[in-house]
Design a protein around this ligand. Sequence first.
Ligand SMILES: C[S@@+](CC[C@H](N)C(=O)[O-])C[C@H]1O[C@@H](n2cnc3c(N)ncnc32)[C@H](O)[C@@H]1O
Length: 779
Amino acid sequence: MSSGTQIPIALHVPPSQLEQFQATSELSIAQAVVQDAYERKYDVVCMPLTTEAWKTRWQEMCLTTSSGVESPVARRDAKLEERAERWRAGEGFRRDEVTITKLDEAENVIAMASDWIELDSPDEGVRFDSEVALRQEISYAAYLNVHTFILPTPRNRAHAPDYARAVNAAFAACGPHSFVQVSIRIPIFDPTAFRSSSSFVHAPPTTQSVHGSPSSDFSVTWEMWDIIRTACAYSTRLSITLDLTPPLPATLGVLQRWAAEPTRHIFLPASTFIPNAKGYPVLTKATQAFLRDIIKYRPTIILSNTAAGVHTNGGESAYSQYVRHLEKTSPALQAMETPGTLENFAKGYMDYLQAPLQPLMDNLQSMTYEVFEKDPVKYYQYEEAVFRALSDRQPDSRTVICVAGAGRGPLVAGCLRAIERSSRNAVVYAVEKNVNAFVTLQERRDAEWGPLVTIVYGDMRTVELPEKADILVTELLGSFGDNELSPECLDGAMRFLKPDGISIPASYTAHLAPLSSSKLFMEVQSSPDQKFAETPYVVLFQAVNVLSGDGGGVRGKCGGRVQECWEFEHPRRDIPLDSQGLPYSNAHNTRSATLNFHIPHAGVLHGFAGYFEAVLYADVGLSIHPDRKEHISPNMFSWFPIFFPLRDPLYLPANSELQVFLWRLTDKRKVWYEWFAEAFLPKSAIAIPVVSAGGSLSSNGLMSPTPMSAIPAPSPLLDAPALGLWSSSAFADRSANATPRLQVELSTSPENDEGENGRIKIGQTTLHNPSGRSSWIGL
Ligand SMILES: C[S@@+](CC[C@H](N)C(=O)[O-])C[C@H]1O[C@@H](n2cnc3c(N)ncnc32)[C@H](O)[C@@H]1O
C-alpha cells in the first residue's frame, strides 16, 4: 500500500482478465483479484462490476432477433420481448452476472460500469435499454457501498444530452442516502478514435443511425463533459476519469482546461508509454508535463495492461516506478513540500472561498496580524522602498515618516531598519485605529523602539499629528488593490503629508482575467442565497483555468490574457478640498473598466480572477499578477487573488470575445463593485481553425506564431529596469505627483477592423451586485 502522501496507483483488470481468477474456499474472485494486485504492489483495483454473462443476457433480451442475427428489420421473438419487458420492469442481476457480492469485497475497488452500455447510441431503443442497465448497475454499486463507479466513454457528440440526462437519472436511482461517486471516462480529445465500429442497433430501430459529423476538434470531449455536468447540476458526486489512451495534443491551452474540472482518476494504459533508448517505458514530454502538473490534485492513476510485455525492458513494475518518478519531480508537489513557498503556506486554503477582510470596519484579531507577519517578502519590499526614498533625500535633511495603519508594528520596525541602513536623520509616527493592536504598539515602543517612534491612536481620516510627514507609509491594500478602501483612507491621511511629500505606495493597479472553475462555481452555488453569487471572495486558486489568451483575437481587438482595470495614485493633487483638507465627495474614487478578452478555446465562464500590483517606490513593488509576481515580489504570500463569481455559467465557444464591464462605485457610506459580461463570436471566426493561446493553427495544421495586433500594457515594475526609465535618478527628475508607470497605447490593426458588425452577440450575464445589494465595503 502507498504511504499517506503518495498518490494511489490502481491496477485495471479488464473483463477478459477476470477469467484467470478462480474462487477458492477462502477467497471470492473479487478478493483474489484484489490480493493479486496488492502482491503486485498496486494500491487499488479498478475492475468491472459485471461479468460476460450479464452482457450476453442483455444482448439477447435487447438486441437479438428471432433468427439470432442482430438486425433492425427482423421480427423479434415474442418470448424474448417478454423477458426484456420483465427485466425493464425491474428484474435484478443473477449471481453469476456480477463480480462483487459482499461489502468487504468492494473496499479498495473502483468499479467500472459495463463497457457496452451506450447511453448515447444513435438507436433510441439501445439508449433506453442502456439507461435501464445503468440504473440497475449503479443501484447495485450503491448497495455494496462502492465508492467510485466509472461510466463508459461518451462516444457520440450528437447524443451527448441523452447520455447526460441518463446519468442524472441514474443518480436518482441510487437513492438519497447513497454516496457513490460517479466518474465519466473521457479522453482529452478525438472521440472518433474511440467510436466503436459496431455500435449496437436495437431491434426494431426507432431512429436512424446518427453519429454526428466526425470532428477532430479538441473541444468535443470537453463539450460532452460540460453537457453531462451541467445536466447533473454540477453534482459534487460527479468527476472525470481522464483517459490518456490517445496521444496528447501539444498545445497547453487545450490541456489546461482539464485542470479546472474535477479530474479524480487518470487512465494510463501501457500503450501510452513509449520506449526510451534502453527499451524502458517512458512518457512523451507533453504527457510528462501534463501529469506532473495534474498530480497536485492527487488523482488515482489507473494503469492498464502493464503485464503484457508491451515494452522490452523494465517489466511490470517499470510503469508504477515511472509514475512515482513523475510524482517526486512534480514542481507543484515539490513547492507544496518546501517551507517558505506560497504553496506550502497555503496548503489547506486551496480553492476555498474566504470573505475579504474589512480592516476599516472591523478591528483585526492578533491572530490575523500574526498570519500577515509570517510573510517576510512584503515587509522586505516595504523596508527597501523606505530605504530608497530616504537615500534619495539630502543627507543632512530631517525626515518625518508616518506609518498610518500600523497594526502590530512590523512596518514601523521596517522603517527603523531603513533609517539605520540609510544613515538618515528621521522620526516615525505610527497611527492605528484598532484599540487592541494599539496595546501591542505601546508595548513595542517601550520595549524595542525608543524615542524615534511616536504612537498615535485614531483614524487616519480624522486624527491630527504634531507635524507634517515627508513620507507616508501605508499598507491598506486588498487582493484587488483598492478593495480594502486604501484610496478613501489615504484621502484622509493626505492632510498630514507635506506638499512635496510622497506616499508609499505611490500607486496600485487592479487586474482581471476570465476564469473557469467547477469547484469554485459549486462552492458559490452551495448556498441558495443569491447574495453569495454577488460577493467577491479571496481565494488561492488551484483547480482553475484562465480562459483568455494573448494575441488580439480574430479581429485583432482584444487585450492580453490578464488585463488592467484601473489605477489609483497617491498623493493626488487635483482634487478640490474642504476647509479640513478632505475631498467634498468620493466621486474621484469611482472607476469603470471595459475589457475585451480573446477566448481561444471553448470553455465555461464561472467568474473573474482579480489581482493587484503596487508601485511602492521607484521600481520596488508588490505584485500578485500571475505573470509578473515572480519577477516583482517572488514568494510573497500575504495576498491571495480575488474572485468575482457569476450567478450562472456562461458558455464561450472557441475564438469568441468576452467583453467585461466592472465598476467601482460609492456613496456616502460604502464602496462596492458591480460586474457584467457579454459574449461575441467574430464573424470571421466561424470559418477558421481553433487558435491556441500561444499561436495559431495554419492551414497545414502546424503551429505558427500569433500575429500580435494588440499587446498588453507592460508592467510599470517589470519593464522599468529593462527600459532604464525608472532608475532612482530618472524618477527624481519627474514631477513630484506623477506616478512612475508607463503609458502604452494599445495598437490595433485597421485591416482587421470590422467594427461592431464584425461580431455576433451570443450571450451575456446578469448585472451582478447592482447598487451593492449583496456585497459592499463600509466607509
Ligand atoms: C492590512 S493591516 C496592515 C497592518 C500593518 N501595517 C502590517 O503591514 O502588518 C491594515 C491596518 O490598518 C489599520 N487601519 C485601517 N484603516 C485605518 C484608518 N482609517 N485609520 C487608522 N488605521 C487604519 C487597520 O486597523 C490595520 O491594523
